[in-house]
Structures are given as structure tokens and as C-alpha cells.
Design a protein. Structure first.
Length: 276
């Protein structure tokens, strides 16, 4: 992955209100995590990696590490699965599993992966949770946020087969909604990344110009012709599964004729569609 320093709440993380210092500003980032996710290959030799946690709070923080294998349920929500000799969590050794970080300090967590049995080709997943422990001395001092941060680990055993495809994509003008269906026939997960943009038809000059749009467009600073945009969730579609998306565009009323452009990539392959 490219260099990424993720702060505050990660994808697949939970935050729980508790008692503590009243002056704490909950809108500020509380932790830095690097990297935010691991994708790695496994085989006969052990694999060793490390994770760096930075404490951005103004007080010491004690955390513990928990490790689980996971899948998605029928509603595409994360579901922890029972550990076994064939699950990734059983192949991993972590150090340390509990630590305290001073304000502004960092902690390196190292882990190694050594399969206990010969893995079948494909993907193995684990979720490494960093759980902030409450300090008994903080009881009765006000509101505190304690965090549960999740770092996804994807391990691949060769041969890897990537075979995702979009089987259907339509745009409903009455509902201003893009509907698409993604089928993943490979043995590792797939991600659809990109955006969809609504643009006045008489101002449209091609996809090339839309691809240069900034991710965030401030109100009152919209380019001429711009109506609305959105982004694909980018969440994983697991092997041998499928996923349907209904993506709403908030197009202003009485916008006149407009086009909707869809562009991005599916596992590195370009995705482009134009609804006129």
C-alpha cells in the first residue's frame, strides 16, 4: 500500500463513551495507525510484519490486542468466526499483546505468520483489534472516549485467482439512483473504487475533465456544470460472493438535462459508464 497514516476511527472500528477528563476534545484524532491494512503472501516460510500505533491523546493510554478470523454475514456485516487450525488467527504470533503508550509516544506491534497446516490456495483473513482499556483513576471525571480499532489482515496463498466482474449497472432517473451488481468468482476479495458524477449535459466536455475533480467540493465553489457526486464504498467483496449496490445522487430539482458518469477501477481494471 501507499504510505498512509490513519487517525481517529478506522473502518471496522467502534468507539464507546466512558467516564474521564471533561476537557478532552473528542473531535481531535485520538490515535495514528500505520499501516491501516495488510495484504501479504504466505507460503512455506514465516512472514513477519509490524504495525505502529501512535498515541495522539494528552494522557497515557493502555491497550490490549485481540485477534480474530472473520467473514461477512448475509447482510455484509463483519462476523467473527470460530478459531481452528485452518484459520489465520491460529497461525499468528503477536508481541506485545498489552502495552501503555505515553502522550505523543509510539508502540510497535510485531507479528509473524506460520501456517500450522498447508493452506489451500486463496484468501485468509484476520482482524487485529486494538482495545483501549479504561483507567480506574478516571472514574467520575467526565466523558471519555475509549476506542476499539480494527486493522484488517489479508493473507494470500498462491495461486491467486482474481475474477470480479460487474454483471449489471443501471441508472434510475426518477430515483436518481445507480444500481449495480458485482460478482466475485475469484479466490481473493475484490474492491470497486471510484466515483459517480452528475453534470449538466450542455456543459459536459468528456470523462477526462471529470476525472480531475477534487474529492471534496466546497459549497459555493462548484465548477460550472457540476450537480452532484458520490463515491463507491470500496469495501471488500469476498471470494465466491456477490454484492448489489444502490447509490443515491442528490441532484438538485429543476437541474435540466444532465448526464451521469461512472468511472473508477475494479481490482486495477478500469470501469467507465456514461448515462445520457
Amino acid at each position: 500500500m501507499k504510505k498512509l497514516f490513519l487517525v481517529a476511527l478506522l473502518l471496522l472500528c467502534s468507539v464507546f463513551p466512558r467516564q474521564a477528563n471533561a476537557e478532552e476534545d473528542y473531535l481531535k484524532p485520538q490515535f495514528g495507525i500505520y499501516p491501516a491494512m495488510f495484504e501479504l503472501e504466505i507460503g512455506n516460510e514465516p512472514v513477519e510484519k509490524s504495525l505502529i500505533v501512535t498515541n495522539l491523546k494528552n494522557r497515557p493510554v493502555t491497550m490490549r490486542v485481540e485477534l480474530y478470523s472473520w467473514t461477512y454475514d448475509e447482510r455484509h456485516q463483519l462476523k467473527l468466526i470460530q478459531s481452528s487450525p485452518k484459520t489465520l488467527d491460529q497461525w499468528m504470533v503477536l508481541n506485545p499483546v498489552r502495552f501503555t503508550i505515553e502522550p505523543g509516544g509510539i508502540q510497535t506491534i510485531r507479528f509473524s505468520i506460520s501456517p500450522r497446516v498447508k493452506p489451500e490456495p486463496g484468501e485468509y483473513r484476520a482482524m487485529l483489534y486494538l482495545i483501549e482499556e479504561s483507567d480506574p483513576a478516571d472514574a467520575g471525571k467526565g466523558l471519555l472516549i475509549t476506542a476499539k480499532l480494527g486493522v484488517g489482515i489479508y493473507a494470500y496463498m498462491a495461486p491467486v485467482v482474481r475474477s470480479p466482474k460487474i454483471t449489471d449497472m443501471t441508472f434510475n432517473r426518477a430515483l436518481s439512483t445507480i444500481s449495480l451488481h458485482l460478482l466475485n468468482e475469484g479466490n481473493v476479495h475484490a474492491r470497486l473504487r471510484g466515483r459517480y458524477v452528475a453534470w449538466k449535459k450542455n456543459a459536459f466536455s468528456g470523462l477526462g475533465a471529470l476525472k480531475k475533480l477534487p474529492d471534496i467540493i466546497e459549497p459555493g465553489h462548484e465548477p460550472s456544470g457540476y450537480l452532484a457526486q458520490g463515491f463507491f464504498p470500496g469495501d471488500p467483496v469476498l471470494p465466491k460472493t456477490e454484492r448489489s449496490y444502490n447509490l443515491k445522487l442528490n441532484i438538485p430539482q429543476n437541474s435540466g438535462p444532465y448526464i451521469v458518469a461512472v468511472f473508477g477501477e475494479l481490482d486495477g481494471k478500469p470501469v467507465e459508464k456514461l448515462f445520457q
